[in-house]
Write a protein of this length. Sequence first.
Length: 125
Amino acid sequence: MSEIIVGLDGLYRDGIKLKLEFGNDEQIAAIRKHERKIEQFKEGFGPNYNYTVKGHSYFSCICGNVLRSEVDADHEDDILCFEGEEKECGSCKRKYEYIIERDYRVNSSGKRYVSNEDLVVKLKK
Ligand SMILES: [Zn+2]
């Protein structure tokens, strides 16, 4: 038997409105539980939450079919999220991979650093 739900205008079980029965322990328990929930929301209830940032990209396959990718990103403008992503064309079965091409420079103290990052798609070997 499923749980009794307290709706705005009465008690329900499986979407069917129940007749209120005086002294029905299950109904009383459901109402008490409901009242505790209401108290929680009056105080302010802390929801579970998370952020989702997505990277979207698309390109035309050699055959002309448009291939789209959607990947999870840590933040906006995060091209690194595409790195290593692979895509197979649904029509011609060519395989592609997303690669980050990096340009390096050396700073005045001789340390190598990434001066530029470009996202490119290459045919997979
Ligand atoms: Zn194709």
